[in-house]
Design a protein around this ligand. Structure first.
Ligand code: AMP
Length: 176
């Protein structure tokens, strides 16, 4: 992406101190989503992270990963698969527990959502400690998917989330 585009995206992200609890500086992306030009720019940027690579499925992580993930899937002509917080998916699931920057959680994927050896791009809005994405990668590999990249709109580099994602290709649009 061009540096002018990156600057416009960065300027639109709203920093909210002490949300959802004291000590967390929350990166609010809703001003980006609410601007048609900026939203399209962000989606294009995420799709470009896998330029020239075949993607069968885009997996989006609950909940802001759905917003970017579905749009990226559409742009790439790939299918979309949601990884959801526990108890929301109606069919047979695989489940994984993980810890995040604030709290503990469990996420699930439908067992038949990705076929064996399908090429998967994982999308989420933000990489913090990497716990959520690491759990998502375990779920995808447990049902046979091959992750080709994990792409985030924002990376909080000081939390070293990349270290938890092992040898996977990790791409980000904006880093703080
Ligand atoms: P983590 O598992 O620590 O990498 O946390 C990533 C998930 O938590 C992402 O789905 C983000 O949406 C959310 N998250 C964590 N920290 C923040 C933050 N400072 N601002 C906005 N979202 C966050």
């Amino acid at each position: 992406m061009q540096s002018e585009e990156l600057q416009r995206l960065s300027a639109a992200i709203r920093d909210v101190p002490d949300f959802p609890e004291p000590g967390i500086l929350f990166k609010d992306i809703t001003p980006v989503l609410g601007d048609g030009e900026l939203f399209a720019m962000a989606v294009r940027g995420l799709a470009e992270t896998v330029h020239g690579t075949i993607v069968d499925k885009v997996v989006g992580i609950d909940a802001r990963g759905f917003i970017f993930g579905a749009a990226v899937a559409n742009l790439l002509g790939a299918g979309f698969v949601p990884i959801r917080k526990k108890g929301k998916l109606p069919w047979a699931t695989e489940i994984e527990s993980y810890s995040l920057e604030y709290g503990e959680a469990e996420i699930e994927i439908h067992k038949d959502a990705v076929l064996k050896d399908e090429k998967v791009l994982v999308i989420d809005d933000l990489l913090a400690t990497g716990g959520t994405a690491a759990a998502a990668l375990k779920l995808i590999s447990s049902i046979g998917g091959k992750v080709i990249a994990v792409s985030f709109f924002i990376e909080l580099t000081f939390l070293n989330g990349r270290e938890r994602l092992g040898a996977n290709r990790v791409e980000t649009i904006l880093s703080y």
